[in-house]
Design a binder for this molecule. Structure first.
Ligand SMILES: CC(C)(COP(=O)(O)OP(=O)(O)OC[C@H]1O[C@@H](n2cnc3c(N)ncnc32)[C@H](O)[C@@H]1OP(=O)(O)O)[C@@H](O)C(=O)NCCC(=O)NCCS
Length: 162
């Protein structure tokens, strides 16, 4: 598997992954009907580093890395990950997460923060805990899950200095 910076020619592959994940509505607080142009504008925002994971020439995952805040908050990174539904659970997420932590360190970020980790997303939480993230806050009922109703959301954080 190769992980590399995304280019314009990756738009189709990224949208293909993105639209299924947001349509499911169980992991991201995005409009499930978000149009393609809006989604790609978000994923390729000017302050954002966008990557794709490819296996045999097929896009199997994508992630973004950006400052979590601007100005005096810009030394903390934020990231978001999406794995093609039929490639889930095969290690793509872990490989992208490790790549992302290396990239963030290389760019000089001092820590990484996830602002909105849905508490029912057990795979994601397992992955972040294994990679050294801690839950530093809980937002009660902040996500309206399509099947489970109002569920908690975690803020997760890890330093990149050690
Ligand atoms: C969350 C996501 C990025 C993880 O990627 P993935 O390729 O499916 O995950 P991996 O195969 O790398 O597995 C990651 C870890 O979770 C574990 N895991 C897999 N399924 C699990 C489950 N149901 N419960 C607990 N842990 C699980 C794996 O065993 C692995 O841990 P290990 O390395 O100790 O074995 C991916 O599933 C995804 O895109 N989900 C939808 C969107 C999303 O939730 N994005 C995250 C928001 S930033």
């Amino acid at each position: 598997m190769e992980i590399r910076p995304a280019i314009d020619a990756d738009h189709d592959a990224i949208w293909n992954i993105f639209h299924k994940i947001i349509a499911a509505g169980d992991t991201y607080a995005f409009n499930p009907q978000m149009p393609r142009e809006e989604a790609l504008a978000y994923w390729f925002r000017a302050d954002t580093h966008t990557y794709v994971a490819e296996e045999n020439g097929r896009g199997v995952g994508t992630y973004i890395l950006r400052p979590n805040q601007s100005g005096p908050g810009s030394h903390i990174a934020n990231a978001a990950f999406m794995v093609e539904r039929d490639a889930e659970g095969a290690g793509v997420g872990r490989r992208m997460a490790e790549h992302c932590l290396n990239e963030a360190r290389r760019m000089g970020f001092r820590a990484m923060q996830f602002n909105f980790v849905v508490s029912t997303n057990v795979r994601e939480i397992h992955l972040w805990k294994q990679l050294g993230f801690k839950i530093v806050g809980t937002l009660p009922g902040a996500f309206r899950h399509p099947e489970k109703g109002y569920v908690d959301v975690y803020v997760m954080y890890r330093s990149l200095l050690s």
